[in-house]
Write a protein that binds this ligand. Sequence first.
Ligand code: HEC
Ligand code: HEC
Ligand code: HEC
Length: 422
Amino acid sequence: MNTRSSLLGLAVAAAVAAILSDARWDAPADAATREPMFDRQTVAKGAQLAAIGNCAACHTQPGGKPYAGGRPLKTMFGTIYSTNITPDVETGIVAWSQGDFLRAMHDGTDRAGRNLYPAFPYDHFTRVTDDDVNAIYAFVMTRDPVHAVVPPNRLTFPMNLRPLLSAWKMLFFDRGVYRPDPTHGAQWNRGAYLVDGLGHCGACHTPRNSLGAEEKRQDLGGGEAEGWHATALDASSPTPLPWTAEQMFKYLRQGWDDSHGTAAGPMKPVSHDLSEVNEEDVRAIAAYLMWTMKQRHLRPASPAETLGGAAQTGEGAVIFEGACASCHGGSSASTPSTHTVPLGLTTSLNAPDPRNAIHIVLEGIWPESGESGAWMPGFEGALSADQLATLLAYLRAHFTSQPTWSDIASHLRETMQRKDRQ
Ligand code: HEC
Ligand code: HEC
Ligand code: HEC
């Protein structure tokens, strides 16, 4: 189905939805139920939950005031700006009752009853319990009010029409709070609740269809995020070494694990937020991911593969020796430096496409401002496009046992163009 015919289908479905539409979505919100007072414990719980939900990451512009919105989110239909969710009188959500807020999180509807775009991941937040949403409400409503008007969305017709989203919801939105699975224990259920609900991991890690909805049959099967590949977290995980729960816990909480490498790109703010969350919740997420990934037959990589066994010849090897080997252990005989992961173990080199490796080599790796952590220089401008392509082909062939990347040049072009537009 191409995009044009799917849009037409959507328009027809919208007409149907308009007739069948649930009155609840259009009903005016009840402003009388707002609770002005919040106890400290609830606010503290809300702070932890807001970190798991990455509310600040999306609702804060680079360099802007927290939760004041205005961050542009690029979707396949255009740019959507996150809203100001501070309790500001004119530009924020101070007038929102607890019920209004719950409706936004559970139904994807704003205070006036209009549909919200699923760039706000309410298809996941609908799984969050009322109690947890109310704690987040208490946290959000006790932030500093910020007067900030958000720019209007720039979306292509007909996706700029909010009523059409009723059709989208009818087709793809599975409303409802998480129901615990009695065949699993408490930790598994906590992990599933956080991954599928507030953590909205699938928003990046699940592939999407032509209308931007997640393919539920491929839950966590690998997806897209800001020009990066969000690694599969199901049985198709490309990791050459099986994860253990402890390694996963470290990766999620510290953004780094010495058998799997660094959380870079769009994963970096996620692990940064998880560093503020209580330990049991991160352990529950890690335990649940062990379950989602476990069915596959994992083939531990041999040392020759992970450290590079073949002789190093050719132009790629020369570039690597000159630019990378000082930190990434050049020859097959040397042990990798204690500060870098053997390149053959990293998911970026084992991934189905070279995008993440391209991003990392061009941009480097930087700690969050004010923190210490892994550092690697970016090579944008230092290496030509041809040199980069040669280097990437060499890395893939030399350090992994995966098939060659066939499309390095086109991915390089796309990534560079994307960066130019930003
Ligand atoms: C992936 C990015 C993203 C994340 C994460 C996110 N939001 Fe949003 N949110 C948005 C966008 C974009 C909109 C605007 C949608 C629209 O205009 O239809 C929005 C809208 C909202 C609205 C409706 C506000 C209004 O004025 O209509 C509320 C409330 C909200 N978000 C709360 C939250 C909370 C609480 C969290 C954390 C639990 C959160 N959001 C996490 C992107 C995000
Ligand atoms: C905003 C998009 C986004 C969200 C949300 C997100 N991730 Fe990621 N994640 C990524 C990207 C991109 C990568 C690849 C990063 C890299 O190669 O350094 C990644 C990598 C990972 C990896 C490493 C996998 C491997 O085998 O190397 C794990 C584990 C992971 N994410 C878990 C999670 C969990 C758990 C959540 C939800 C709590 C989550 N992610 C939410 C984008 C996201
Ligand atoms: C100054 C030291 C330094 C240099 C030079 C350097 N790197 Fe890195 N690199 C690091 C560190 C530190 C990390 C993060 C820790 C890790 O993941 O191993 C990293 C990570 C990586 C990763 C990602 C690993 C992951 O976790 O996904 C790749 C791929 C990579 N480097 C490739 C290169 C290439 C190719 C070059 C040469 C063009 C290079 N690096 C040069 C220090 C360096």
